[in-house]
Structure formats: structure tokens, C-alpha cells
Write a protein that binds this ligand. Structure first.
Ligand SMILES: Cc1ncc(COP(=O)(O)O)c(C=O)c1O
Length: 443
């Protein structure tokens, strides 16, 4: 039982009533406790989006660190610029050029991971009650930030080619008619987290045009763009437009997340404010990790390393889709051409969130679709991450998942008094259809 304290808090948190309103958005997800169990070694976790850093030879990092410390140790251990190390900002231009972006190093701001860039952009733009338009589903921890600034997320549906332009137009019109203030479109165009789909080139042009004509800033988040399997994703939206796009990149997936180095590329005026916000938040991003990455980019064959990562993730994606075909042929799922994630649509009567405890008991974990919607949608979906487990473990995990789903359907059939126990098929005629079968979107 909770009791109230003299300060007006409760016995769980005596400061409960002292928090700012914006702290109300900072809640542990309901499935967090389960994920603690899911991190046990006997559980195959298809839940987390952890890069497979074991594919990065540690020697490469050790050598870079060694040289930085011997040659520039005093600078590396010192506070640095609030905008980031100049040489690294130049090198970031080479990374972005691979996705068609031409820019000036002066417009790059290095941040503590792209997560921190998301936080800074939100801090600059969001007032309580503002609206952020995003894909539905969307990256969970971006939505946590938007909500912490008391903004609302409006989800626009996707199909297998990404965000649907006609739906975007409808949503903008409806929001405007309701007198709402739209601050930006938050989008992950390439190898989407969690949906695994990629926005086509034609749609990139269309969506940019829609945002331009409605005076809406585009916040393009692109952590996975270089991790394609067979062919590159279309060039970044930022390659088409300089003034209306804030672009976010990171070394977390192409190198390692432990460095916590990402960046924002912003129109000049926004860039100035971002630097001030960065300084206010962290004084300067870590000189040490920036200089180690800079040294690594100067001396190692980093493009070959990105290729190695691509190979690893491609093999794992194939293992996951192969296992889904074999063990769960009546479900539908997206077919990512890069990145880390597959988005699965379950038979209508299943609830991925309710099913998770049973899955963890069967030693497999996934992320329920509800985590990726601000409005509680997504019960019929789950995100499966293929980035971290080995191909054998992925197959084992999907086999276990099939047992869980079969058990859940049996249970439902038993209580509904229908039919025999045992069969997975629930929706005949949707075999192997990608991306949800009917309906054609995942909203
Ligand atoms: C879509 C998206 N944006 C941003 C991030 C944050 O990445 P980082 O802060 O490690 O650069 C992630 C991490 O998984 C992500 O998936």
C-alpha cells in the first residue's frame, strides 16, 4: 500500500509531487522487468537492437587509442569544443557523402550519440502541446524524448515502401484543421526501426515536397543507412535539401555504440543553437572518443569494416526469414534490405504484449509492437531483432516463438470452444505475405 509523506510524496518516492510536469513522460516501460529476465543467457533475445560489436577486431580500436594517447594525449583528456573535434567533423562529411550528402563541416555538431542529438533538437523546438509527426510505428526512445517535452506524437502509416505520402497529407490537414502546431516530421527513411522498411526514392521526393509546402522541418534519423545487404538505400533526404532538414548520424552501428559519438547536420541557424544547447548540456562531447574514432577513420579500412558488419547482419536476416518461413509460415513480416529489424504481424486475436511472459518462460524474447506507438496501437505486431544472436540461436528463438504462438492460439481456441488444438494457421491465404497482408499498412 502507498502512503503519503510530509513532503506530499509517497512511500515509494517521497519527491513524487515535486517533479516538473515534463518528468511524467519518463516512465519505465511495462516490459522492462521482463527484459531483465530476458537478458539471462538461456533466453534467446530477439528483443534488443544491440550491434554485434564482436565483429569489430578489438585491435583496431586498441591501436587507435594507443596512438591517440601517445601522440595527442593531453588534448584527448581535456575539455574540447562544444561543436566537436574539427578533424572528425571533416571526416563525417566523407561518411555522409556515401549517402549523397554534400555539406560543410561547419554545419556538423558532434553529439553524445545521435540519441543526444534527438534530445537537443527536441529541446530547441518542442513546446508542451506541439505535435511531432512520425511514422507509425516509430523508434521508441525518440518518442520518450518527444513526450518528455510534453509534445504529442501523431503516427502516419507506412507500407512496404515506407511512409505513405497521401496519409501524410491527410494527417497534416487534420492537424491544421484542429489548430495544432506541427513542429517537425521525425522520420527514419532507411531500414526503419522497428518496421525494417525503406522509403523509396520517389517517396523521399514527395515527402520532402509535402513538408516544404507545409513549412514543416524534417528530422531525418539515419543510424542504419550504410548497413544495406545487397544494394544501398536511396540517397538521404538531406541530399535533396539543405535548409529544411536536420540530419542525424551515428558511429554506433558502423563502429560501436560504446563510443557514444553521433552527430547532427543542421541548417546554419539551427546549428548555432544546437552548439549552445550541446554546451549547456555536456560542455563538450568526449574529446577522447572523438579523437579515437578520428584516428580509426584515418588509419583503418573503415569501409571494409562496414562491409564486414553488412555481411554479418545479412546472414542473420536470412536466418531469421528462413526460420519464419519454416516455423511460422502463416504469419506475415517485412523483408528488410538492411538494418537490424523485422516487423511481424500476428493473427488478429493475438496480443504480443500479453503473450510476452509466456515467451520469456519458453526462453525467447521479442519487443511487443505496442512499445513503438505513442497511442497503444501495435498489439498485433512484434519487432524481432536479428543483429545480435547467432544464426543458430535465431533459428532456435523462432522455433521457440512458434511453440509460444501455437500455445497461445490453442488456449484461445479452447476458451472460445472452437476447434482442435495444435495448428498455427489462423489466417488462411496470407501465406508468406510481407508486411502484414491485409490491411496493407501497419498503423
Ligand atoms: C532510429 C534510432 N535513432 C537513434 C538511435 C540512437 O543511437 P545512438 O545514440 O547510439 O547514436 C537508435 C539506436 O538504436 C535508433 O535505432
Amino acid at each position: 500500500m502507498q502512503t503519503t509523506t510530509a513532503q506530499g510524496g509517497n512511500n515509494l518516492d517521497p519527491w513524487y509531487h515535486h517533479y516538473a510536469d515534463r518528468a511524467a513522460g519518463l516512465k519505465a516501460s511495462e516490459v522492462r522487468a521482463l527484459f531483465a529476465v530476458a537478458s539471462r543467457p538461456e533466453v534467446v533475445s530477439l528483443a534488443g537492437g544491440m550491434p554485434y560489436v564482436a565483429a569489430l577486431p578489438q585491435e583496431l580500436v586498441i591501436d587507435a587509442m594507443d596512438r591517440v594517447m601517445r601522440q595527442k594525449g593531453a588534448t584527448a583528456l581535456q575539455y574540447g569544443s562544444g561543436q566537436g573535434v574539427p578533424l572528425l567533423r571533416e571526416q563525417i562529411l566523407d561518411v555522409m557523402a556515401l549517402e549523397g550528402i554534400k555539406a560543410n563541416a561547419d554545419d556538423v555538431v558532434v553529439t553524445t550519440g545521435s540519441q543526444h542529438a534527438l534530445e537537443l533538437v527536441s529541446k530547441l523546438f518542442l513546446n508542451p502541446g506541439d505535435v511531432v509527426i512520425s511514422e507509425g510505428p516509430s523508434y521508441v526512445t525518440a518518442m520518450v524524448i518527444f513526450k518528455s517535452y510534453q509534445a504529442e506524437v501523431d503516427h502516419v502509416p507506412m507500407d512496404e515502401n515506407g511512409l505513405i505520402p497521401a496519409a501524410l497529407i491527410e494527417h497534416i490537414a487534420a492537424l491544421k484543421a484542429a489548430g495544432r502546431t506541427i513542429k517537425f516530421l521525425y522520420t527514419i527513411p532507411s531500414f526503419h526501426n522497428p518496421a525494417g522498411v525503406t522509403l523509396s526514392w520517389a517517396r523521399r521526393l514527395e515527402i520532402l515536397e509535402i513538408c516544404r509546402s507545409n513549412n514543416i522541418l524534417v528530422l531525418e534519423d539515419n543510424p542504419y543507412g550504410l548497413l544495406y545487404f545487397d544494394k544501398p538505400a536511396p540517397d538521404a533526404i538531406r541530399s535533396l535539401e539543405r535548409d529544411g532538414v536536420v540530419y542525424l548520424g551515428t558511429f554506433s552501428k558502423t563502429l560501436a555504440p560504446g563510443f557514444r559519438v553521433g552527430w547532427a547536420l543542421a541548417p546554419h541557424a539551427i546549428r548555432e543553437k544546437l552548439v549552445l544547447a550541446n554546451e549547456a548540456a555536456v560542455l563538450s562531447p568526449s574529446s577522447f572518443t572523438q579523437m579515437v574514432i578520428s584516428e580509426y577513420l584515418s588509419t583503418a579500412d573503415w569501409k571494409a569494416q562496414v562491409n564486414t558488419f553488412r555481411g554479418v547482419y545479412h546472414e542473420r536476416k536470412n536466418a531469421m526469414l528462413g526460420a519464419l518461413d519454416e516455423y511460422l509460415p502463416d504469419l506475415s513480416w517485412t523483408n528488410p534490405t538492411g538494418g537490424f529489424y523485422v516487423w511481424v504481424t500476428l493473427p488478429e486475436r493475438l496480443d504480443s504484449k500479453a503473450m510476452l511472459p509466456r515467451a520469456v518462460k519458453e526462453l525467447v524474447a521479442y519487443t511487443p509492437g505496442t512499445a513503438f506507438y505513442a497511442d497503444g496501437d501495435g498489439r498485433q505486431n512484434m519487432r524481432l531483432a536479428f543483429c545480435y544472436p547467432t544464426p543458430d540461436n535465431i533459428r532456435l528463438g523462432i522455433r521457440r516463438l512458434a511453440t509460444v504462438i501455437r500455445g497461445e492460439l490453442d488456449l484461445l481456441d479452447t476458451f472460445a470452444g472452437t476447434g482442435p488444438l495444435g495448428a498455427v494457421p489462423d489466417r488462411p491465404g496470407t501465406q508468406n505475405q510481407r508486411f502484414g497482408g491485409p490491411p496493407a499498412n501497419i498503423s
